[in-house]
Design a protein around this ligand. Structure first.
Ligand code: FAD
Ligand code: DHB
Length: 392
């Protein structure tokens, strides 16, 4: 068996794995990334679009912010609407901070380019990953790559392999506690080369269900509608999407909506999920490997970034011989921020979606929540503070 060695083995070449690797490499720590898919596949997945300012700053620290600074669009606020009112949440005025519109695909592409420039080993299309000896001073990851079984010896393993990865499942079941909420709907998202319907995002809680108007640039939009869990992408022609989307957004926005062919269309189910703890011996879980949020609060990618922030500092401390206090505290520290983002994402999901089996009371609660937002600066500030991201 071919044997490789490194300091930190990183499983998963999505945003978590790449950003962690980049930050560690810049501190002089060696990493090897093992990714199940091809690079083209990783870069073809259309996902998050909103970066908290803390994420923007972390990308800056990682030295991967040049294109984002040029092409990203800072947003100072967004709108929360229903069929009766449109509430502006002015992030900048309420918190002094803003968010950045810059797609996860672009962040990932920038990170791959930086890792290439750094000469990091990133092995794609690896399979049958097995994590071994997590309770020993040296651990190992065995995997199949280019038809041969290989062994990567390391000091630490970062499990950055998403919800369906192997890392979380390496922790014995009786040592894990899982918390989950599955929501009875999904989001159908499209990308279309058309100008945005509004200069800021619109989160709309209409009587026909939720819709979100987001964007990537001045001629590329990302729009979503809440759909039934049984719906398939094939059920949604472009025409059906545009008809549904335009009746769910405020009428003046619908009046200026420019439609066009979709260039991507996909359905994502919504769930909240946390697995505790995030550490098992020399293994540390990061990002979607440990937790999933419904996309309503735009927190998935940003939570991955805050996990990476805590873990990279802790690993640098441990690997430079300054002790294990950071890695010992990682799980607790990261989970405390994760649970607050869980709460916010859950609350936003309840506030903005129509549930199939709901009663009239639920709809009144949503109306009252929006009404309260419209009239209380305190309520708007609370929303803004969570949306722009709690401090790391
Ligand atoms: P991932 O991006 O899942 O990366 C994990 C990587 O590990 C993948 O490249 C995978 O191929 C690889 N991998 C998996 N198993 C193995 C294995 N056994 N061995 C080696 N490699 C492996 N967030 C938002 O904020 N807004 C959104 O609109 C939004 N939309 C989303 C839509 C979908 C369909 C999904 C799945 C997520 C969405 N998210 C969204 C969440 C956000 O994209 C994630 O939080 C983010 O991708 C987390 O990054 P990650 O690197 O932790 O995990
Ligand atoms: C986008 C996705 C989200 O989940 C969200 O809350 C805001 C924007 C997006 O894809 O642009």
């Amino acid at each position: 068996m071919t044997t490789l060695t490194t300091q930190v083995a990183i499983i998963g070449g999505g945003p978590s794995g790449l950003l962690l690797s980049q930050l560690l490499n810049r501190a002089g720590i060696e990493t090897v990334i093992l990714e199940r898919s091809t690079r083209a596949h990783v870069l073809s997945r259309i996902r998050a679009g909103i970066l908290e300012w803390g994420t923007v700053e972390l990308l800056q620290v990682a030295g991967v912010d040049a294109r984002m600074q040029r092409e990203g669009i800072p947003h100072d606020g967004c709108y929360m609407t229903d069929d009766e009112r449109m509430v502006h949440i002015d992030f900048l005025e309420l918190t002094g901070k803003r968010v950045m519109v810059y797609g996860q695909t672009e962040v990932t592409a920038d990170l791959y380019a930086a890792q290439d420039a750094m000469g990091t080993t990133v092995l794609h299309e690896v399979s049958d990953v097995e994590i071994l000896d997590l309770d020993q001073p040296r651990s190992a990851v065995e995997f199949t790559h280019e038809g041969t079984r290989k062994r990567l010896e390391c000091l630490y393993v970062a499990g950055c392999d998403g919800f369906h990865g192997v890392s979380r499942k390496t922790i014995p079941e009786h040592k894990r506690q899982e918390f989950e909420r599955v929501y009875p709907f999904g989001w159908l998202g499209i990308l279309s080369e058309t100008p945005p319907v509004n200069d800021e995002l619109i989160y709309s809680n209409s009587r026909h269900g939720f819709a979100l108007a987001s964007m990537r640039n001045s001629n590329l939009v990302r729009y979503y509608v809440q759909v039934s869990l049984t719906d398939k992408v094939e059920d949604w022609s472009d025409q059906r999407f545009w008809d549904e989307f335009s009746r769910r957004i405020p009428s003046d926005a619908a009046g200026r909506l420019i439609t066009g062919p979709s260039i991507e269309k996909s359905i994502a189910p919504l769930r909240s999920f946390v697995s505790e703890p995030l550490r098992w011996g020399n293994l540390f879980l990061v990002g979607d490997a440990a937790h999933i949020v419904p996309p309503t609060g735009a927190k998935g990618l940003n939570l991955a970034a805050s996990d990476v922030y805590y873990l990279h500092e802790a690993l640098i401390e441990a690997l430079s011989g300054r002790g294990t206090a950071g890695i010992d505290a990682y799980s607790e520290k990261a989970l405390s921020r994760i649970w607050k983002a869980m709460r916010f994402s859950w609350q936003m999901t309840l506030m903005l979606h129509r549930f199939d089996d709901e009663d009239a009371f639920a709809a009144q609660m949503r109306r009252a929540t929006l009404d309260h937002l419209a009239h209380s600066e305190t309520a708007r500030r609370d929303l803004a503070e969570n949306y722009i991201g709690l401090p790391f």
